[in-house]
Design a protein around this ligand. Structure first.
Ligand SMILES: NC(=O)c1ccc[n+]([C@@H]2O[C@H](COP(=O)([O-])OP(=O)(O)OC[C@H]3O[C@@H](n4cnc5c(N)ncnc54)[C@H](O)[C@@H]3O)[C@@H](O)[C@H]2O)c1
Length: 435
């Protein structure tokens, strides 16, 4: 099939590459000419493990191409996937301006029947808006489908190629059959394609992200109580997660969630409920607990140093919102770094992939160290914000030699307190007694 993907971010690029990998003819369109130029040279706009190799192979085999010319791409295809951003607007609702613009451009460019598939995360009712925007600009027939994406950054290729399920909201059986055919290679293990109404599909994505966010906020709130009561949340968590009704996913206490999805999606569905007069007490609490989690952690660092903080040097390990991605949107590290700088502390940050973002945002207000040990030189404390694998088993002796004071604030609970204490460190973590 000939497929057009509009938007080459985390979702569009992975989706387009995934379809090309199964033999389809895919054209990816982006309004950002630098992004398209780079992609045509094989330079990835994002860090996503395994993506580059797949993109280059499919380009070489002429199943995948990149362009800024949406009209040319849409003039000859059956399916058009909208994969543009839906950031949080000033009012808390999802900002649908990119989706609307993409729909209008598609409407103008259509030369015959098209299936327009919305993969961006959009509030219930967006398909109606897309239908209206396209319909105003074309006389050609078309169908609109909602096909939300559930991939996780850092594991996006695997998630796309082996999805737990594919959700398709559509009201036409023939269109559903085409979607089924398209996704069949990814569902060979028997995982289901779930057909539902467009509105249910639009809601399914928000509901899933909300459940995930709720688990994170719940374990964090429990961690805070455990800490206050002298219990160890790791032990508590083991007891909770081995209950078959609960399971282990998304139950790691820490600095809370960030990224481009959970914070904005929980907010967007809360606003949607509020707008329709539905109480959203739990939704509001999920985001509030999440925001507090980083503030509490920062406060603890500030309180530890007291007024002397302005003379301290703090090393930060990890800046991205989670490991194996370069996405810095809503990353807890930003709040921690900003807060430390505000207090006058000198800050040295190390992260395997966030260097360009950090340099652009902070310039010489922070010291950036490509290698994690370099950030520790003369540091009065280490703060861990992201659980990159290389931080899991560091050389504590070397760390102790480099640092001025042996203090660790671990926002991801990577170490066993007793082990760190034996190396002469003071160790503050989340939901466990500090040593
Ligand atoms: N990032 C994730 O992990 C993830 C997972 C599931 C769903 N989603 C959802 O998928 C959508 C896309 O997310 P993302 O992270 O890939 O976004 P992104 O911001 O990384 O990429 C969006 C891309 O769309 C391009 N674009 C915007 N308007 C365009 C237009 N009119 N024509 C062509 N290109 C255009 C932008 O230049 C950008 O490259 C969002 O709704 C998001 O909530 C994201």
């Amino acid at each position: 099939m000939k497929i057009v993907i509009v938007g080459t971010g985390y979702v569009g690029l992975v989706t387009g590459t995934g379809f090309a990998e199964t033999g389809h003819q895919v054209t990816c369109v982006d309004i950002n000419p630098d992004r398209v130029d780079n992609l045509n040279k094989g330079v990835m706009p994002i860090y996503e493990p395994g993506l580059e190799e797949l993109v280059i192979r499919n380009m070489e085999e002429e199943r995948l191409r990149f362009t800024t010319d949406l009209a040319e791409a849409v003039s000859d295809c059956l399916l058009v996937f909208i994969c543009v951003g839906t950031p949080q607007g000033a009012d808390g609702f999802a900002d649908l301006s990119q989706v609307r613009a993409a729909a209008e451009q598609i409407g103008k460019a259509m030369t015959g029947y098209r299936i327009i598939v919305n993969k961006s995360t959009c509030p219930v009712g967006t398909a109606d808006m897309v239908r209206e925007a396209v319909g105003k600009l074309t006389t050609h027939p078309f169908d609109v489908v909602s096909n939300p994406e559930f991939l996780k950054e850092g594991a996006a290729i695997d998630d796309f190629m082996r999805p737990d399920r594919v959700v398709v909201g559509c009201d036409d059986v023939r269109v559903f059959e085409i979607m089924k055919e398209l996704y069949a290679p990814f569902l060979r293990t028997g995982n289901p394609m779930l057909q539902m109404t467009i509105r249910s599909a639009e809601m399914a994505k928000y509901a899933t992200n909300t459940m995930l966010a709720a688990r994170i906020s719940m374990i964090n709130e429990l961690a805070n109580i455990a800490e206050a009561m002298g219990a160890d949340i790791n032990d508590v968590r083991e007891a909770v997660m081995t209950d078959n009704r609960i399971g282990p996913s998304y139950l790691f206490p820490g600095l809370g969630y960030g990224g481009s999805c959970l914070p904005k999606d929980v907010q967007a569905i809360a606003e949607l409920g509020r707008k329709h007069g539905v109480p959203v007490r739990m939704l509001d609490a999920i985001n509030a607990v999440n925001r507090d989690q980083r503030t509490r952690f920062l406060q603890r660092i500030i309180e530890f140093f007291g007024d002397a903080i302005a003379e301290k040097r703090v090393a930060v390990w990890g800046a991205t919102f989670k490991p194996r991605t370069d996405d810095m949107r809503e990353a807890p590290a930003i709040d921690i770094i900003d807060g430390l700088l505000e207090q006058g502390a000198a800050v040295a940050v190390s992260d395997p992939v966030a260097g360009p973002f950090l340099t652009e945002r902070y310039g010489d207000r922070i010291a950036f160290a490509a290698r994690c040990y370099d950030a520790l030189k003369d540091a009065d404390a280490l703060v861990i914000c992201t659980e990159w694998r290389e931080y899991h088993r560091p050389d504590f002796v070397k760390m102790g030699e480099l640092m001025r004071e042996r203090v660790i604030f671990d926002g991801r609970n990577l170490y066993t307190p007793k082990v760190v204490a034996e190396q002469g460190f003071r160790y503050f973590c989340i939901g466990r007694p500090s040593v």
